[in-house]
Write a new protein. Structure first.
Lengths: 204, 68
């Protein structure tokens, strides 16, 4: 191993059995679990402890299960397309993998567009801001933090579709591993939404 | 855990979510009689079944890939 070259980017580390990128991704996801776990706990404790009649109903909160449900469907499909991108790289089919990555980016962008245009904008227009009440404080914190994660995922995927794609020509295994790490992150972000959706949109 | 293993976990969570959502939608339909709820409930049940089929297909497709 020469100086300045990252070790174990392709072959697994003899101790952990994982390549460095995957180990790093899982450590990062562990910290994310604590971040979202804390916010979920805060929401549940405040919801349970709220005096009767003070917590807004879905109608009062202007939250539509139809929009939330459709967005959930978009994210579930995006996880499938993400894993298909990785599976195609494993089978040395780069053009198809790239196509699946593009579809994932489109689905993620659609999620954010719908979230902002059909929920955030009307809410803000109706004066429902984070300072309105505890519910909206938590709603904006949870969904905006999740939205930022979606945006971050889009940026990373766009990099691998565009300038980062050159790595496939020089080191395809390394590129495949990077897509796997992106996929792990993307699945985590989608799992967070699968827990967020029922808590915010379905439980009254 | 590889993306393969995480995806299988994801599919399992999605199946549970689909069943839960279908239960919610059909329960709400009984009180509100909103047809969209019934449609979504049935669609969600079908999606749950579809995800099980997909999960099996996915496992077969990536049988040579490690879970680690």
């Amino acid at each position: 191993m020469s100086a300045g070259v990252l070790p174990y980017t392709v072959e697994p580390h003899p101790v952990t059995g994982l390549y460095s990128g995957k180990l790093g991704t899982w450590l990062f996801l562990a910290s994310e679990v604590m971040l979202f776990g804390g916010l979920f706990s805060a929401y549940i404790l405040l919801r349970v402890g709220a005096p009767e009649g003070t917590w807004p109903t879905h109608e009062e909160a202007h939250l539509s299960w139809k929009i939330g449900g459709f967005n959930t469907l978009l994210l579930i499909i995006s996880s499938v397309t993400m894993v298909m991108a990785w599976a195609n790289l494993k089978m040395n089919n780069f053009p198809k993998a790239r196509m699946y990555l593009i579809v994932t980016v489109i689905l993620a962008s659609l999620f954010l567009t719908l979230k902002i245009s059909l929920e955030y904008y009307p809410h803000w227009h109706d004066g429902l801001k984070p300072s309105t009440n505890v519910f909206f404080g938590l709603y904006y914190t949870l969904t905006a933090l999740h939205g930022l994660h979606i945006f971050g995922g889009i940026v990373v995927m766009l990099y691998f579709i565009g300038p980062g794609a050159g790595l496939w020509k020089t080191n395809p295994e390394y590129y495949t591993n990077r897509i796997e790490c992106t996929g792990l992150y993307w699945h985590f972000v989608d799992l967070v939404w699968i827990f967020l959706f029922p808590i915010l949109y379905l439980m009254n | 855990m590889s993306l393969k293993a995480f995806h299988i976990l994801f599919v399992a969570v999605c199946v549970l979510f689909s069943l839960g959502f279908a239960y919610w939608a059909i329960t709400e339909y009984r009180t509100t009689h909103e047809s969209a709820l019934l449609v979504c409930g049935i669609f969600s049940l079908a999606s749950g079944a579809g995800m099980i089929v997909y999960g099996r297909w996915f496992l077969h497709k990536l049988r040579g890939v490690s879970y680690l």
